[in-house]
Design a protein around this ligand. Sequence first.
Ligand code: ADP
Ligand code: MG
Length: 698
Amino acid sequence: MNDLPSTPLEYLKGVGPQKAASLSKELGIHNYGDLLFHFPYRYVDRSFFVKVIDLQHVDNYVQLKGKIDQIRETGKGRYKKLTARFRDDTGSIQLIWFQGASWVKSSLKVNETYQIFGKPKLYSQKWSIPHPEMNVVSNNVTRTGFFPLYSSTEKLNSKGLNSKGIEKLISLIIPQIGQSFPETLSDEILLDNRLISKKESIKKIHQPDNEQDINKAVFRLKFEELFYLQLELLIRKKLTAIRHKGYVFNEVGDVFHAFYNSHLSFELTNAQKRVIKEIRKDFLSGKHMNRLLQGDVGSGKTLVALMTMLIAVGNGFQTAIMAPTEILALQHYESLKEFLKELPVKTGLLTGSTKKSERKILHEGLMAGEIQILVGTHALLEDTVEFKNIGLVVIDEQHRFGVAQRSKMWKKNIQAPHILIMTATPIPRTLAMTFYGDLEVSVIDELPPGRKNINTSHRYEKHRLKVFDFVKTQIKLGHQIYMVYPLIKESEKLDFHNLMDGFEAVSRAFPLPDYKISIVHGQMKSEDKEFEMQRFVKGETQIMVATTVIEVGVDVPNATLMLIESAERFGLSQLHQLRGRVGRGAEQSYCILMTDVKLSNESKKRMQTMVNSSDGFEIAEVDLQLRGPGDLMGTQQSGILDLKISDLRKDGQIVSLARDAARKLILEDPEFQKPENIRIKDTIEKIIGSKPDWGKIA
Ligand code: ADP
Ligand code: MG
């Protein structure tokens, strides 16, 4: 038996074909290795004994040592029960069995020393333990320590494979681990990260002597899991990079210089400069760029994107920026034209509502290479939109576009144009590393100077009058207000009702002709939406009552107050996005979160976080803690989170360590040529499911 992990279960004493089949079907355990990787979900601390006299001081499971001096069976039929008197040197208690009385009776022995475990109950002044776990102490040897609990299923339970049963099977394999359990990490990594060996960790996770054993074993196993995840991502990224060549932009170009030197009225932040450098490096590499640009709302992503587009133009390529909505596309287009005022760059706008005649002209301009920068919506993706020579595509707000749509842009030139994706939804680093395995990530983690904090408060219905008064003072100052209502799929009708009721209430509180209100919601036709939105953008209305359709992108610097109704029904990142709609001008801005008085702990935490923090990354971290990674990223993407022992919510630090180790390895031995890295090479080839040409990757 040279390979212990792959030994079939049937080799195990007490496991016949039937049990083996059940284990495989119910828990996916097919061999010794699977069983050893069925880790305990919890441990019970049985490292000490309690005396009978001290039972009054504990209210949990206890372990006692003593003898039985009396056994009695009472009742008949269904009411039959068995009691035994158990005593140690400080007193006695009763052990009670309501089920299996006859069987238990035949197995109990008077005057034998037992180690018992159970939860004591006080019945009419007397302590008793129902259905205790009984173990004979032979030769005065007690078993103490941390006892593992294993998950099982009803079916397995009925076959005797409850937690105890599984524990027993595992304990049969453990002595066989000996020297034969393969190590999967190199000595260097073990040493660098102070990890115990694989063999040791498997033993200790099942049979720890103390808490430290558990911690060490768990740390080692988590590290390994995350290390291979990170290594896989790094390697896959490299594989993608060699597969796809990219256009080389040798120059920074005249337009960029002209813009930078004479049109930019402010200094770039250090973060912006750094990101532009990162992108520049990609442009020079000859490889296809696939980069995610993360940054909080207002951190200056759009400007960075624009400047990289100018580099493409300066190298004789066309470029396009794709926004998720028409309003946003239009805004991009207008700010672009403003930025490029006196520069010789030709731009175009293409959206769903571009007229056929205009469209034709646009198409021709694109094919001829006359239009250098195209701004648009999904309409850009249509096959009829062809470019003469597109070299870079910027995609705004990634979460509205799927991967499939992204790949459509790849086909717009002979070689795939470079792709830059901007998102204002901050993703905690640990997740970004994991989810965007195929993307390089750039982060703008610094706001332009002089930004005022958005004053955020949490209010209840009883404050409504005051809140509305505050709205009025803001309007008197010439400012504009957003009022947002939740509209969530499952209860769309009800929410729509709430929105309309809200709208009516707002209309009554803010009557014409002093106040003018826009309303935008998901059930309106898009032209109507557009029209209402434009009225607000132009300042013709002072209040925008809306559902979350305004979440993405619109820029109305004159809006200074974001009032969010039923704020408890929004997720944290959504709240943060909404809040980012204000604070875009010079004036002090505000965000008011209105909620019910009764709030769950989680909702309270969300409101507190919003009030206390304006840092998108910090907020995303809390969101991750509260909701978990699957939820945060959309469940369809959670496949990669099929982690056995690690939890990305809690193990961020180990993710970083594992990431560093994986990086270091690839840097030092990219072809896995060092003998000590053979184990890693073997393991990763199994994970990737092929043997890549390591030389080429290096
Ligand atoms: P984002 O796309 O990240 O939300 P934008 O690029 O739209 O941010 O920038 C928000 C606002 O800040 C714009 O009005 C932009 O002109 C301005 N801005 C961008 N970078 C800077 C900077 N370094 N200094 C001052 N203002 C800046
Ligand atoms: Mg923006």
